[in-house]
Design a protein around this ligand. Structure first.
Ligand code: ZN
Length: 140
């Protein structure tokens, strides 16, 4: 029986943030949801989509950092739950860096809120206009 109510999840230390969120959804049968996460990472890798070149570039934050805000969603991509997450991170001096979360964000401690969204499945597919894997059906 898929989880249909909001759930709070503590993510395991050392796990990659995106993997941990995907696993938290998979074990609960969640394939469509909003995601919020706060906590801290051992270090981070973020991305930025170059619209003209239609590709992501990534950059690392090679130090401990706080997740001030993690906001994203879960939908289906290639038939499996896929987490799309953006992060605002802070360094020890309070300066911030943000971007599209990529693999390479090991959790120090993290608390996530998963908000399942009822209704029909929502799947990603290639979008010719942007070069991105976008939702094929508008939510709602
Ligand atoms: Zn993104």
């Amino acid at each position: 029986m898929p989880q249909t109510q909001p759930v709070l999840v503590r993510l395991p230390k050392g796990a990659d943030l995106l993997d941990a969120l995907r696993d938290a959804c998979a074990t609960r049968g969640i394939t469509k949801a909003a995601v919020q996460v706060i906590g801290a990472l051992e270090h981070a890798r973020l991305g930025y989509y170059l619209q003209d070149e239609r590709r992501y570039v990534s950059y690392g934050l090679p130090e401990h950092c706080e997740i001030l805000c993690g906001a994203g969603n879960v939908s289906l991509k290639d038939g499996a739950a896929f987490v799309h997450l953006h992060l605002t991170l802070s360094r020890s001096d309070g300066s911030c860096l943000g971007g599209h979360a990529m693999a390479g964000c090991p959790v120090f401690a993290a608390e996530a809120l998963l908000l399942p969204v009822p209704g029909a499945e929502l799947a990603r597919g290639f979008d010719e206009a942007t070069g991105l894997q976008l939702w094929q059906v508008q939510p709602g």
